[in-house]
Design a protein around this ligand. Structure first.
Ligand SMILES: Cc1ncc(COP(=O)(O)O)c(C=O)c1O
Length: 390
């Protein structure tokens, strides 16, 4: 990987040490060009006409996202964020009294809120699978908890609040054996390391464009295995997702488009396509090796500082690194780093409430390097934290 070239093609690298890729990564120049070029075209010839002219590139976005996760283009629906993509999948799962939704303790807040709402509405039950000794979803406990009441298993691959990588492939194997639907929230994992629906055994997978994929804000996607389409009841019928057959009849369109809606930001969609193509060209395995190495280096560097501790769980850890500084609130650490042009953020206790209840460590400072960060940048961040402890 030619990190210097990749940095030169990333305008933000000249201004900031950007360690907030779990929030939103820096756009590359080619992605920026794809977006500004289309915006200009819309202004010059009209929005619908510009979409017509960009048809091939628009189609390629679906193909690129499909290739990214190992699926087919007709299994992809695009959204304005990962939550809407996830909602389209989850709210389409038919549930009734006594049915069970199984999830883990690292589940993202919005997902848990949806489980709770649907449980209240339908009489389904939400069962939270405990963690194992590594602090990741306990797959033995999951297998024990599954029975024929289990209709869906919803798991967050990498939580918003730490470096944990949940054992998704094993969850997929267990779900498949039990005949339960497996909905994987891959918002923090896509673009960070290889995520393949065949290997993971997911039935539905969601992601955001703006995080490790380096796409624009306001983008998200759903991949849905074509074989499970008929087990789902899409929750919004509209002119993209369904056809009005005349009189009182309607038919869902084929494929994942039955979860989509008519209007899109084609500027954002083309930016997402450009970003995903860039990730595919670099190779997700190459990206994954570098992000994991940078995460490990940062974790070791922070742990070596007196009064500083990292808090990431799991047998496998990724590029998200969470840390605390004794006696200093996380927000103050983040503000101190910001004064040195180091972008980080802090975890929000309510966003991963189960983990907050388990460990009581949040808010933490969250560092999330990407492949374009350098060892020197990590040293600068570590030095800046060290300066606070002296
Ligand atoms: C694990 C996880 N899932 C879902 C989301 C929601 O993504 P979005 O903000 O694009 O809806 C986030 C956002 O941080 C996340 O970290």
């Amino acid at each position: 990987m030619h990190v210097d070239l990749l940095r030169a093609a990333t305008p933000g690298c000249a201004r900031r040490v950007h360690l907030n890729n779990a929030g939103a990564a820096l756009l590359s120049q080619p992605t920026l060009d794809a977006m500004t070029g289309h915006l200009r075209l819309e202004a010059e010839i009209g929005g619908y006409e510009a979409a017509g002219a960009a048809r091939d590139a628009i189609d390629d976005t679906y193909a690129a996202v499909a290739e990214l996760v190992g699926g087919r283009a007709d299994e992809i629906a695009l959204f304005d964020n990962a939550t809407h993509a996830w909602n389209a999948a989850f709210y389409s799962v038919p549930l009734g009294p006594g049915d069970r939704i199984l999830t883990g303790r690292a589940e993202y807040g919005s997902n848990v809120l949806a489980y709770l709402q649907v449980a209240q509405r339908t009489g389904a039950e939400v069962i939270v699978v405990p963690n194992d000794d590594y602090g990741q979803l306990d797959t033995v406990a999951l297998a024990d908890l599954i029975d024929d009441r289990t209709k869906v298993i919803g798991v967050t691959h990498v939580p918003t609040s730490g470096g944990l990588v949940n054992p998704a492939a094993e969850v997929g194997r267990i779900a498949r054996e039990a005949g339960a639907l497996f909905l994987l929230d891959a918002t923090q994992s896509v673009g960070q390391f290889p995520v393949d629906v065949g290997i993971l055994g997911a039935d539905m997978l969601t992601g955001a464009g703006r995080k490790f994929l380096r796409g624009p804000r306001g983008t998200g996607f759903l991949w849905i295995r074509s074989e499970v389409l008929e087990r789902l009841d899409p929750f919004v019928a509209e002119i993209r997702s369904a056809t009005w057959d005349g009189d009182r009849g309607f038919t869902w369109v084929d494929g994942a488009a039955r979860f989509a809606s008519w209007e899109n930001s084609y500027v954002n969609l083309l930016g997402l396509g450009a970003a995903v193509r860039q990730a595919l060209d670099l190779g997700l395995d190459v990206i994954g090796r570098r992000t994991s190495m940078l995460g490990g280096e940062l974790r070791d560097g922070l742990d070596a500082l007196p009064g500083v501790r990292t808090h990431d769980l799991g047998e496998v850890r990724c590029a998200i690194v969470t840390a605390s500084v004794d006696g200093v609130p996380a927000a103050d650490v983040a503000a101190h780093l910001a004064r040195s042009s180091v972008n980080v953020t802090t975890t929000v206790p309510e966003h991963t409430q189960f983990d907050t209840e388990d460990r009581g460590v949040h808010p933490l400072v969250r560092f999330s390097p990407h492949y374009y960060n350098t060892g020197d940048e990590l040293d600068r961040a570590i030095e800046s934290v060290a300066a606070m402890t002296r």
